[in-house]
Design a protein. Structure first.
Length: 213
C-alpha cells in the first residue's frame, strides 16, 4: 500500500507535465502562420485535447504560456552555445562551433525560432519583453566568455558587452535566414552558415581594429 501511495503523486505529476507539454506543442502548431496575439486560449486547449478550464492548471494566462515558449527555446540555445564555447582556443574555433550549434538547434526547433523571430519584431506585451530579457541574458553571458579570450582580458565590461550585442544581433539575423528558407537543404544551410561565420569574423576584426585606434 505504501508503494502505491508513493507512486500516485509521481503519476499525477507526470500527467500534469505531459498536459503542459501538449499545450506548448499545440500553441506552436497553431502559430505556424499566425502571430501570438491572434491565438486564443480556447483554440490552444482544443488543439491540446483538453477543456479550456483545465488550461489554468498549467498556465495563469496566454501570456504565461507565451513566456514559457520563449524561455524553453532561448534557454536551451544559450546552454548549447555556451557549451560550444567552452573548449575552442581561438576565435575561429569558437565561431565555427557556435555557428554549427546554432544551425543545428534552429533546424531541430524551427517552430520555436519562427515564433521567436516573429514575436521579437512584431509582437507586443509580456512575450516580446520576455524575448528581450532572454537576449540580454544571452549577450551578458557571451560578454563574460569573450573576456576570457587572449587579447580581450583587459577590455572593459562595456566594450565586451558592445561586442557581444553585435554578435547576438548577427546570430539573430542568421536565425531569420534559416527559418525563412522555404525548402531547407544542406547546400542552402551551408551558405547561410558560411555567411554567418564571415559576419562574426568581421565583427571580431572590426571591434579589435576600433579598439587599437
Amino acid at each position: 500500500m505504501a508503494t502505491r501511495q508513493a507512486d500516485e503523486p509521481a503519476s499525477r505529476q507526470e500527467r500534469k507535465q505531459r498536459t503542459r507539454q501538449a499545450l506548448l506543442d499545440a500553441a506552436l502548431r497553431l502559430l505556424k502562420d499566425r502571430t501570438f496575439d491572434g491565438l486564443s486560449l480556447r483554440e490552444v486547449a482544443k488543439e491540446a485535447g483538453i477543456v479550456p478550464t483545465a488550461f489554468y492548471r498549467h498556465f495563469e494566462s496566454m501570456d504565461d504560456l507565451g513566456i514559457a515558449l520563449v524561455e524553453r527555446a532561448m534557454r536551451s540555445l544559450r546552454t548549447m552555445i555556451r557549451e560550444a564555447r567552452q573548449n575552442p582556443a581561438t576565435y575561429d574555433d569558437a565561431i565555427r562551433s557556435s555557428v554549427h550549434t546554432l544551425r543545428t538547434h534552429v533546424r531541430a526547433n524551427e517552430a520555436h525560432f519562427r515564433f521567436l523571430t516573429r514575436e521579437r519584431y512584431g509582437g507586443t506585451g509580456p512575450v516580446q519583453a520576455a524575448i528581450a530579457t532572454e537576449l540580454r541574458l544571452f549577450a551578458s553571458e557571451l560578454a563574460i566568455d569573450l573576456g576570457r579570450f587572449e587579447g580581450l582580458t583587459e577590455w572593459s565590461a562595456d566594450d565586451l558587452r558592445m561586442m557581444a550585442d553585435l554578435i547576438v544581433t548577427a546570430m539573430l539575423g542568421t536565425v531569420m535566414e534559416l527559418v525563412d528558407v522555404r525548402t531547407p537543404d544542406p547546400d542552402t544551410d551551408e551558405e547561410i552558415a558560411a555567411k554567418a561565420r564571415k559576419q562574426l569574423r568581421l565583427i571580431v576584426l572590426g571591434v579589435a581594429g576600433w579598439r587599437s585606434q
